[in-house]
Design a protein. Structure first.
Length: 369
């Protein structure tokens, strides 16, 4: 597609529409699609509408500071680029372009096992930027170990282990669009790297999952013998699983339903966040992804206890709009919008964003006939 990086960057509310009709239907079905009837995709957005902001006025706000720390690293905003696959299918700048934009913005970027470029190429493009490597467990542990060792050697600061994809969910929109997550889509990390299986194998009344699906929480203990990097567990929605992550020495957890791409009907990430924050306490950093679009979404998430939020689809929309320059514009626009929201809410720093800032929206009940 053409590069519009020199043209006008749309308002954030128009970014999705600006690229929806310009991408091949196959690629758009991958970006936009979720599992099944996409109930969880919708739930992620609806969850933010169930919270209202309770601003303070005349709060002596003269400056606003978005700076914080993620796993000890200073960053310039409380959001990060969530790991998504196959950037090269969307724009030639691919993951290296996203890495450059994130580094220039001073935010963390996480990159997928299924990236179009190799993790080493991405690291070189990132320069001094803080980057995390997202890990899909592989059928052979030797391949998993190699990916982790390569990430540590290339200067990644953490390993994000995705826990909610033992098998890919049925994704109707992707099926209609003709996009399949399988070995036919090239990845940059080597021919021996496998995507999650598309289905389990039927044996009479039983369905057998591929080997890594049988993994239990001890995988964190096993991998701790491979690397000194901290682990972040992505894709859990319950206090029970979050406690297990912390018990197995995870440094962070990402409250996530995989953007609605896995278990259709799963709870919204934001709905699960307060429960998880209460369970984990100060023992690990809690992040959120799923449905974040605007600065007020970031603000609500932080008020409910997230340390930072992950940005998935909007980064892909920006990449499709105009490559790395548009990703940079998106990050700048989101940061400016968050700063404006904090100014209007009477909060001068991330540390001042607390639970008192949000109140639940009263249930209006069913609409009148």
């Amino acid at each position: 597609m053409s590069d519009d990086s020199e043209g006008e960057f749309p308002p954030l509310s128009d970014l999705e529409r600006s690229v929806a009709d310009r991408l091949p239907p196959r690629i758009w079905s991958y970006i936009a699609g979720g599992a099944g009837e996409e109930r969880t995709v919708e739930a992620n957005r609806s969850a933010f509408r169930r919270w209202a902001l309770k601003p303070r006025v005349w709060a002596n706000v003269t400056t606003v500071d978005l700076g914080t720390r993620l796993l000890g690293a200073p960053v310039e905003a409380p959001f990060f680029i969530a790991p998504t696959a196959y950037h090269g299918e969307i724009h030639p700048d691919a993951e290296p372009g996203v890495a450059r934009a994130a580094a220039a913005a001073g935010v963390v970027a996480a990159f997928s096992t299924l990236s179009s470029a190799s993790l080493e190429t991405i690291a070189a493009a990132s320069g001094g930027g803080v980057r995390w490597f997202q890990l899909y467990l592989q059928p052979r542990f030797s391949v998993t170990r190699s990916l982790v060792e390569r990430a540590e050697h290339a200067g990644y600061a953490a390993i994000v282990i995705t826990a909610d994809v033992p098998v890919l969910a049925v994704r109707d929109r992707q099926a209609r669009g003709g996009f399949a997550i399988d070995g036919s889509v090239p990845v940059g990390n080597g021919a021996d790297v496998m995507p999650p299986p598309r289905a389990s194998e039927r044996e009479g009344s039983r369905y057998r999952l591929r080997a890594p699906a049988e993994t239990d929480w001890d995988i964190l203990d096993r991998l701790s013998g491979v690397t000194r990097l901290p682990f972040v567990v992505k894709g859990v929605l319950s206090a029970e699983d979050e406690r297990l992550a912390v018990e197995h020495a995870a440094a962070g957890v990402i409250v996530s339903n995989h953007g609605g791409r896995q278990l259709d009907g799963a709870r919204a990430s934001l709905d699960a966040l307060p429960e998880v924050v209460a369970a984990v306490g100060e023992r690990a950093e809690v992040y959120l992804d799923g449905g974040v679009r605007r600065g007020i979404d970031v603000l609500i998430s932080l008020a409910l206890g997230a340390r930072a939020v992950g940005l998935g689809r909007p980064v892909l929309w920006a990449l499709a709009h105009g490559g790395a320059p548009s990703v940079a514009r998106y990050l700048a626009a989101l940061g400016a919008e968050l700063a404006s929201a904090m100014e209007l809410a009477g909060r001068r720093s991330i540390a001042e964003i607390d639970r008192a800032l949000v109140v639940p929206v009263p249930d209006q009940g069913p609409a009148s006939p």
